[in-house]
Ligand binder design. Structure first.
Ligand SMILES: *[C@@H]1O[C@H](CO)[C@@H](O)[C@H](O)[C@H]1NC(C)=O
Ligand SMILES: *[C@@H]1O[C@H](CO)[C@@H](O)[C@H](O)[C@H]1NC(C)=O
Length: 345
């Protein structure tokens, strides 16, 4: 538009002018106008650019101007410091074991992987070689977790809590061979554990509560996933996927009343409830549930749920009566990763 006006202002058509312009370019007047126009445009452009840059700069500075300096927990930026020992409990499921060893070897926080082996025959040389190779292949450069089998001759669920010689970390991540926790989720739960190293920190919350029968006797009822989800309250996290301090291995094996060991090995179940009682008795505090998706590979699912819940009910009652007290403390705290932006805060 402005160009048009400028040309119109140049005056009416004349052959001389046309000649002049074809020879020496624009007439001096037109030339001057063009220059002012261009300089003006340049100036505006420059101003706009400057404003834009300034805005960009400001918006990038807002967090620090407001004092929102991002703070990353040291274990995340330096996972080599500290770290955790992954203790995988397995029984005759080598395919699952291969998958979970490969997965946990790939996590930065994994300092070592111990496989609790509870069969009469030791693992075959082939399996050992295979798993060693997998650990080397899957782990990141400059980070090679130790790998070891902890051999036990008999199938006994107390084995999974046996003290481990020459551990390099205080943190134990106890996990079943069919449970996969993504590395990012695992590292996050580890940072939670570091803030409360005497507490059990895990992904599978359970609840049980006193329940009065008609005859006035009290019992304890074990609540699976649904009651926890419904009420939002829990007082255990299961050792199928949980962090705890290595000192609890010693406490479990050497300080726990031996009738509890006997019960667990006889029933082939409920070692996780026993561990929850032990930790709660030692801390007088509830465990911590960390929100995060975990994957159960190769689980057959629902079929065993009903008998399972009856068995767990009975276990809970029996273990509490052997233990002599009911130390579990309920809570409804759930820890979420605040850097994961979600629509619902
Ligand atoms: C592990 O560390 C490496 C290098 O330090 C990094 O590139 C990678 O993203 C980390 N992975 C996880 C899962 O934290
Ligand atoms: C339970 O706690 C009490 C009191 O702190 C302690 O004396 C007892 O040894 C604990 N029981 C176990 C099995 O650790």
């Amino acid at each position: 538009m402005s160009t048009l006006i400028a040309i119109n202002c140049g005056g009416e058509y004349s052959p001389t002018k046309e000649k002049a312009s074809s020879r020496g370019g624009l007439s001096p007047l037109l030339h001057r106008r063009w220059r002012t126009l261009l300089v003006g445009a340049k100036y505006k452009l420059f101003l706009l650019l400057f404003l834009f840059t300034w805005l960009c700069f400001l918006s990038s500075k807002i967090p620090s101007l407001m004092g929102w300096n991002p703070h990353y927990p040291s274990s995340v930026s330096h996972p080599s410091r500290g770290g955790y020992t992954v203790v995988i409990n397995t029984l005759k499921r080598n395919t699952l074991l291969k998958q979970s060893v490969a997965h946990y070897a790939s996590c930065n926080g994994t300092d070592a992987i111990h496989v609790v082996w509870s069969e009469t025959d030791p693992p075959s040389q082939m399996l050992k070689d295979y798993l060693r190779k997998v650990v080397l292949k899957k782990s990141k450069a400059g980070h090679k977790p130790n790998f070891r089998f902890d051999l036990n001759k008999e199938d006994n669920l107390n084995n999974r809590f046996k003290p481990i010689q020459d551990l390099r970390t205080d943190a134990i991540f106890s996990v079943d061979d069919d449970v996969i926790v993504p590395c990012r989720t695992l590292d996050f739960a580890f940072t939670v554990w570091q803030t409360a190293p005497l507490t059990m920190v895990g992904f599978v919350p359970r609840m049980h509560w006193p329940y009065e029968e008609k005859n006035g006797l009290f019992h304890h009822r074990y609540g699976g996933w649904w009651p926890v989800w419904w009420k939002g309250t829990y007082n255990m996290v299961l050792s199928k996927a949980a962090f705890f301090h290595k000192k609890y291995l010693d406490l479990y094996t050497n300080k726990m009343p031996s009738p509890i060991h006997d019960y667990v090995s006889r029933e082939r179940n409920c070692e996780d409830i026993a561990m929850s009682l032990l930790v709660a008795n030692a801390t007088g505090a509830p465990p911590i549930w960390v929100k995060g998706k975990i994957y159960e590979i190769g689980s057959s699912g629902i079929s065993s749920l009903k008998s399972q819940s009856d068995k767990r009910n009975k276990c809970t009652n029996d273990l509490i009566s052997i233990f002599g007290t009911m130390p579990l403390v309920s809570t409804n705290v759930k820890v979420v990763d605040a850097t994961r932006h979600e629509w619902f805060w």
